[in-house]
Design a protein around this ligand. Structure first.
Ligand SMILES: NC(=O)c1ccc[n+]([C@@H]2O[C@H](COP(=O)([O-])OP(=O)(O)OC[C@H]3O[C@@H](n4cnc5c(N)ncnc54)[C@H](OP(=O)(O)O)[C@@H]3O)[C@@H](O)[C@H]2O)c1
Length: 304
């Protein structure tokens, strides 16, 4: 997904409306298509503050635009491979898969974007671990019903990095991504292993897990893949101010996200995750905590 891509577009039937757009990769090309649709929606709904649409509305727009195609650079041959409208629609399909499902990223990182060292967490911050546990188990803890059990999706390295006594992560459906087809045999029976992110999302969709929250819990490869698709609703970020030695990083571009600064708005979001009263005080957002020499702050980003 990191090949240079040229989007070829004819907005209307009039050939004069032909244009092209340079995009750094396929995912940004998809962003452009989404932007075009959102601009069109805004233009035809000038007086409305909020405009909602579904994935199928977007696919419908792609069907009806004058003409649409793209050229994707094949890094091996150095040539551009043409793709048609149907291919572009397929690339959007993952968004469709996620309709009705809430997907969140949760990550702790340093100012230099470090998240790991030699396949372990480079720090031990109890308050951060507690927030991780509270958020990712919140649903079933408060509903007392396994139908509401949350889902955590992680890469195989992250699974390996969790000490045996803590895994599978309790009261959560653990999904591990590995391309190794034999890996399912190496994990406890209740843990689900998938060979691709898309396969795991398909499973979630088929099982109608709409009642649950899905947490992407790392590591860097999985964050990267998820962030390249435009399917993340919220990012719960623990920003660590200390310089800590790391050799695994997250490339976190937040330009599509809004940092929630308003305490009341944060309170409402946390309440949705069943964190209220004392817990909200304990995990105060936009506030610098100190613990065992670490300075850190919880931040919440939303894709509006
Ligand atoms: N600070 C934080 O919040 C945080 C959170 C989580 C993890 N971490 C840290 O991050 C580090 C681990 O991150 P990482 O990037 O090395 O590994 P990772 O993302 O946890 O796992 C990578 C592995 O996942 C599998 N994988 C990746 N993409 C896949 C795909 N599309 N389909 C199927 N399988 C796929 C592959 O497993 P196979 O090789 O088996 O095919 C790959 O080797 C550790 O140091 C950990 O402590 C930090």
């Amino acid at each position: 997904m990191s090949q240079h891509t040229i989007l070829l577009l004819q907005k209307t039937k009039d050939k004069k409306s032909r244009t092209y757009m340079d995009c750094n990769n396929v995912s940004l090309m998809i962003d452009q298509v989404i932007n075009l649709y959102e601009v069109k929606l805004k233009e035809s709904n000038i007086n409305r503050r909020e405009i909602n649409y579904t994935a199928s509305d977007l696919l419908n727009y792609i069907d009806n635009v004058g003409d649409l195609a793209c050229m994707v650079l094949d890094v091996n041959s150095g040539t551009y491979i043409p793709h048609d409208r149907e291919w572009i629609k397929q690339m959007n399909h993952t968004g469709d898969l996620m309709e009705g499902i809430s997907l969140n990223i949760i990550v702790a990182k340093t100012a230099k974007n470090g998240i790991g060292l030699n396949n372990i967490l480079p720090w031990k911050i109890k308050r951060d671990m507690k927030l991780f546990k509270s958020l990712t188990t919140s649903n079933n803890k408060h509903q007392g019903d396994s139908d509401f059990q949350n889902i955590v999706i992680m890469g195989r390295n992250t699974w390996d990095s969790i000490p045996n006594k803590f895994k599978p992560l309790k009261d959560r459906l653990n999904i591990v991504l590995s391309r190794n087809t034999a890996f399912q045999q190496l994990v406890p029976p209740k843990v689900q292993v998938f060979q691709s992110l898309e396969a795991s999302l398909n499973f979630i969709k088929k099982k109608s897990f709409q009642n649950k929250n899905i947490w992407i819990i790392g590591g860097s490869q999985i964050y990267k893949e998820v962030l390249e698709l435009n399917i993340t609703k919220k990012i719960f970020l623990t920003h660590i101010y200390n310089e800590v030695e790391c050799n695994t990083y997250i490339d976190l571009k937040l330009d599509k996200f809004r940092l929630i600064k308003d305490a009341e708005e944060i309170g409402i979001v946390l309440k949705n995750y069943f964190l209220d009263g004392e817990e909200q005080d304990e995990f105060k957002f936009n506030h610098v905590f100190e613990e065992d020499g670490y300075k850190f702050e919880f931040l919440l980003f939303n894709r509006d």
